[in-house]
Write a new protein. Structure first.
Length: 159
């Protein structure tokens, strides 16, 4: 999944969700105008991108609802107890990210609803949001992906 396609697809999904939720789009455009000014008014640096806090909430919620990689494969290296099951070593397993991202136990009764504000001040289980996987095998391009997605979304919404 390495490459720009995953970031571009995430931005496309986010634009779709924004079109379906104009109040969220309006709030995001207001943040962009406040932090960045009008198109061509100022160059955008890393510090400016970091101030786009609502944009980060919107992208997280988009990645939660519409993950680019809906499943991820892993291989057990030792016996693992998983609930009432014991998994042997050296077997392939599939982790259903789509289901985890919509699980009401993690995200509440409105887990299927697009609501970026759910991430405000939220300290969630680190394995409940897995758009870039997690642990030692997470996406090596994570930081690049966040920057590129913010820039793409900024360019579209700022014009």
């Amino acid at each position: 999944f390495a490459g720009n396609e995953t970031s571009a697809m995430t931005v496309a999904n986010t634009i779709l969700l924004l079109a379906m939720h104009p109040h969220v789009q309006e709030k995001l455009v207001d943040e962009i105008r406040l932090q960045c000014g009008a198109e061509g008014e100022q160059s955008i640096g890393y510090e400016t991108l970091n101030r786009l806090t609502y944009m980060e909430l919107v992208l997280k919620e988009s990645l939660r609802l519409l993950p680019i990689a809906a499943v991820v494969g892993r291989r057990t290296t030792a016996e693992v107890d998983l609930g009432q099951y014991r998994l042997p070593a050296d077997i392939d397993i599939v982790i259903d990210i789509f289901d985890i991202h919509r699980n009401p136990a993690y995200w509440g009764s409105d887990a299927d609803r697009f609501r970026p504000e759910r991430f405000e001040g939220l300290r969630h289980d680190p394995f409940a949001l897995l758009p870039f996987s997690a642990g030692s095998r997470n996406c090596v391009g994570l930081r690049y992906a966040w920057i590129s997605m913010k820039i793409m979304l900024l360019k579209v919404l700022r014009s």
